[in-house]
Ligand binder design. Structure first.
Ligand SMILES: [Zn+2]
Length: 604
């Protein structure tokens, strides 16, 4: 997607009544909550084509075609997603934003199309290589993980050969735009020798496929020990952020899982790409994963649009526990129903320490764990409570931690129900929870604070971040806007203008994030720990992602911040001046009047 803003797509989805759109082509009759008719995709005499207006979804029991209103138009009329969206927008009176007519945006769209085409070509190269003699190491790796042909094809898995020019040569032979290939991080320039070299080498390559079969980027895993001459021996290398690859807004496996998520009404969230593939192979095709980072609010939003509830099935280790808590916190705030998968064998033996892949291979009935997954907050609460069973101080700490989670719930009725459930479960008075939650809410939402370390050294969530509590209060708009700009264009952080901008930031939270971002951290990851949700939303909205001249925007922002700084100075000076007048200190009055005038001049 991406060519049309997500909000516009949501609006089309909301306004285009699936029953009337499909009703133009199929005679539909009401059947309970749904509508039925003769399938337009296969010849039939009795109706097995169903439309659910509640879910915004159609499904044929005869030929198994299924999808939403966009898919219907795409499939029936052979349109691309964009064309289908334009058709539907026109029908239901949604205006697709003007940006189409802006030549700069048109250029950005052209660039995006070029990048997607390069990614497609590269996928083809990696898939061909995996099947060739050069792909033996990749095939051996997949064999070792028992990943079969069906999944290899569904996920378009490929292999990047060990030689340094395989892909660069291939792209060159195809007359591809090599500059664009550099921008999407597939190849890099050779500084001295000239020419290009491959960034992914001797790695199993998983493309991140968008619904509609576009390839946004790649995640590449080492299959052997790090090559000696390689400066990047990391187990995984991922595509860098680019106009087509924004990892905070993508989920691995979404294209492959989307239909199952709709049909089953749930999404299963795991941590790793290979967990996703193993889960799909085991039949849990509603499984997706964030792309090697902490879950983001955008990803939660993405899930909400596709399905009714999310089941968390993260690794059972310490990091997995911390990630589970963070995901739980985001989902509670976004009011997405969330459950946590059980990890026990039929005989009741708990298997907390394992990841989904090893549970699947260990013969655990993962289907039952998912089906019987408990409410997320209840599960998390019981887990910590059990571990703290003998210590009053640990239980106090657990209560505080839970209260911070509960404080994410904005709806007062729901908050009351949850507090009452928790109090019954833990055997404490409901007020103990509501009061702690209110305290936590006053201190800022959960998202602003690191989780408590939990009661047990071996199994608790990740250790407490030693950083002091961030200051509270609203985030200054201009400064937040500046961070939103560099979030979309991290390369700006290396410029002198960015140094100037940093010196003008007044909000400590933003200053901290800004310097962490300059040290290479992702703002998408930092934000949930430091900012209130409304600010996170602005920061990560991607408003500048397609801006053709981000450096000019940076200049303008610096100007704005300078003006704001001068204004603050003027106000302070005027206050001092008033005091000096009160006292009658003529010398001081003269000095201050001059300074006020000088400062004013700078603002104007
Ligand atoms: Zn059919």
């Amino acid at each position: 997607m991406g060519l049309i803003p997500d909000e516009t797509i949501s609006e089309i989805r909301a306004r285009a009544d699936i029953v009337s759109v499909i009703g133009q082509h199929v005679q539909l009759k009401r059947a309970g909550r749904n509508w039925k008719g003769l399938c337009p995709f296969h010849g039939e005499k009795s109706p097995s084509f169903n439309v659910s207006p509640d879910k915004g979804f159609f499904y044929c029991f005869g030929c198994h075609k299924k999808g939403d209103v966009f898919t219907f138009v795409m499939e029936l009329q052979g349109k691309s997603f964009l064309e289908a969206a334009e058709t539907l927008a026109a029908q239901c009176g949604v205006v697709i934003p003007e940006t189409t007519h802006n030549p700069e945006v048109a250029r950005a769209r052209g660039e995006r199309a070029t990048m997607l085409a390069i990614n497609k070509l590269a996928t083809q190269f990696f898939v061909e290589t995996l099947a060739s003699p050069r792909g033996a190491a990749g095939r051996a790796y997949l064999d070792s993980r028992a990943i079969g042909g069906e999944q290899r094809a569904a996920f378009q898995l490929g292999f990047a050969p060990a030689d340094w020019h395989g892909l660069a040569d291939y792209l060159q032979a195809k007359r591809a735009d090599l500059e664009a290939a550099v921008k999407v991080g597939l190849i890099a320039r050779q500084p001295k020798a000239g020419g290009f070299y491959d960034r992914f080498r001797e790695r199993l390559v998983c493309p991140i496929i968008l619904p509609g079969n576009e390839v946004a980027g790649f995640s590449a895993r080492l299959v052997a020990d790090a090559p000696k001459d390689s400066p990047v021996g990391a187990k995984y290398i991922n595509s860098p952020e680019s106009p087509v690859y924004k990892k905070s807004r993508l989920l691995f496996g979404l294209a492959q899982a989307r239909d199952a998520m709709r049909i089953k009404g749930r999404a299963v969230l795991v941590e790793g790409n290979f967990d996703v593939i193993s889960m799909h192979q085991a039949g849990f095709t509603e499984t997706v994963a964030p792309l090697g980072t902490a879950l983001t609010p955008e990803q939660v939003e993405l899930l909400r649009r596709q399905t009714n509830e999310v089941i968390l099935f993260y690794d059972g280790d310490r990091a997995g526990r911390a990630a589970t808590r963070a995901a739980l916190s985001l989902m509670l705030a976004a009011e997405v129903p969330v459950r946590i998968a059980w990890r026990s064998r039929g005989d009741g033996v708990r298997l907390e320490g394992q990841d989904p892949d090893s549970l699947l291979r260990g013969g655990v009935d993962v289907g039952a764990s998912l089906d019987h997954a408990r409410d997320g907050l209840a599960h998390y609460a019981m887990l910590l409570w059990d571990e703290a069973r003998d210590s009053a101080s640990q239980r106090g700490a657990v209560l505080e931690d839970l209260a911070r989670l509960v404080a994410n719930i904005k709806n007062p009725n729901r908050l009351e129900v949850v507090a009452s459930d928790l109090s019954t479960m833990l055997g404490v008075r409901p007020e103990a929870i509501t009061r702690a939650a209110a305290r936590a809410a006053r201190a800022g939402s959960d998202a602003q604070r690191p989780p408590h370390s939990g009661p047990s050294e071996s199994a608790g969530p990740a250790p407490v971040d030693p950083a002091p509590r961030p200051p509270q209060g609203p985030v200054p708009q201009h400064e937040l806007d500046l961070l939103a700009l560099v979030a979309d264009h991290p390369t700006l952080l290396a410029t002198p203008q960015a140094n100037r901008a940093f010196s003008l930031l007044t909000d400590d939270r933003l200053r901290d994030m800004y310097s962490a971002a300059r040290a290479g951290a992702s703002l998408a990851v930092l934000a949930p720990d430091r900012l209130p949700p409304a600010a996170i939303k602005i920061l990560l909205a991607g408003s500048y992602a397609q801006h053709p001249k981000p450096d000019a925007v940076l200049d303008a922002k610096v100007k704005e911040l300078e003006v704001a700084a001068y204004k603050r100075k003027t106000i302070a000076l005027e206050r001092q001046l008033a005091q000096a007048k009160n006292i009658g200190d003529t010398e001081e009055i003269r000095r201050l009047v001059l300074e006020v005038m000088n400062t004013r001049k700078q603002v104007d």
